[in-house]
Design a protein around this ligand. Structure first.
Ligand code: AHN
Ligand code: ZN
Length: 333
């Protein structure tokens, strides 16, 4: 039974992959008939992994700490190196407990002349407490956030590194969002529990770095690095941007990653993309690792635990997500 399933999933992947490569060779050959040549870069998961490790090595990137400031500088330096333009959007925002957080959204842009823009996002801050840790004595410990934070950023930095030397037609903006994960501990009695996550996204969505900013669509990455990750169709993504979601999922299936991208809806996640949809009015999807059978409210196994460290990061998953994104981006006209 497993064996049958395996072949049904894998054979179409092989057929389509080889067609794609044939087409690329034709297009780049001499005597071309004018069909647009698309050279899709090869995503390097070793490089993405290094970008994740470098973030995790700062320690937990909790807002208002030195680790956080140092990591902001590191991320800005990377985007400055790879992108055509880069900037830091500093802001203050109030957390659930009244703490004023000093936030920094970090932006890098390519091909600013292009009107057809794609916005790629991930949050870079770390959760200040492991409130879902199985060990009660660790539930106030800040987390390394290798998956819930650094993984999406690592994939986007690798995409920036590649686009630096091989540009797609579309304009690309990379938005590293801050103060996503400072929501209240799940067991804190609190009346006003709405909109306490995604604070940096709420700020950016009401104050975009360029007041005239427009994008065709946005893709958020959240927890895209764990082994055997499964990306289900998230509710807000389907409601606001079904066409984009299907394009991304279909692309993943065509290049051989159908196991990872599941055509099945799971839940509604109050994540950064919600505000990009509802406040910035840019159609936005979330590629997020969900687990419909989990005990922690449908997230990946080590979500908001001290177990979310570098050891959960799997290069195969990084490759799946990174190569899918590159393919989507480079196939846009
Ligand atoms: C809520 O739990 C309300 N939102 C989850 C958003 C999130 C936290 N993504 C990663 N960490
Ligand atoms: Zn989180």
């Amino acid at each position: 039974m497993m064996r049958n399933t395996f072949w049904i999933l894998v054979i179409p992947g092989i057929i389509f992959t080889s067609c794609g490569e044939g087409k690329m060779r034709n297009n780049s050959g001499a005597g071309d008939t004018g069909a647009a040549k698309i050279n899709i870069p090869v995503f390097n998961s070793d490089s993405a992994y290094t970008f994740i490790r470098e973030q995790v090595n700062f320690g937990p990137r909790v807002p208002n700490t030195e680790n956080h400031s140092k990591c902001a500088q590191y991320l800005f330096n990377k985007l400055k190196e790879y992108c055509d333009t880069s900037l830091v959007q500093s802001f203050k925002t109030r957390a659930f407990d009244g703490t004023i957080l000093n936030g920094k959204n970090i932006v890098g842009s390519f091909n600013l002349e292009s009107k057809f823009r794609i916005l790629l996002c991930a949050h870079w801050d770390s959760r200040p407490f492991a409130d879902h840790d199985p060990d009660p004595s660790l539930r106030k410990t800040p987390i390394d956030a290798a998956n819930d934070g650094a993984s999406g950023v690592g994939v986007l930095l690798e995409i920036a590194r590649l686009i630096h030397s091989s540009k797609p037609q579309a304009g690309i903006d990379i938005l590293l969002l801050d103060t996503e994960d400072y929501g209240p501990p799940y067991d804190l009695p609190n009346e006003d529990s709405k909109d306490q996550y995604g604070l940096g996204s709420q700020y950016w969505s009401q104050n975009p770095h360029d007041p005239d900013y427009v994008a065709r669509y946005a893709i958020l990455l959240d927890m895209v690095g764990a082994k055997n990750a499964r990306f289900y169709m998230e509710g807000y993504s389907l409601n606001y941007a079904a066409g984009i979601l299907k394009k991304v999922w279909n692309t993943a299936h065509r290049i051989g990653y159908s196991e990872y991208f599941v055509f099945e809806q799971v839940g509604y996640i109050d994540d950064d993309h919600k505000y990009i949809n509802e406040m910035a009015r840019i159609p936005a999807i979330n590629i997020i690792h969900l687990n419909p059978d989990s005990s922690n409210g449908s997230f990946f196994e080590y979500w908001h635990t001290t177990g979310d460290n570098l050891s959960v990061i799997d290069k195969n998953t990084l490759k799946v997500v990174g190569q899918t994104l590159l393919t989507v981006i480079f196939e846009e006209k």
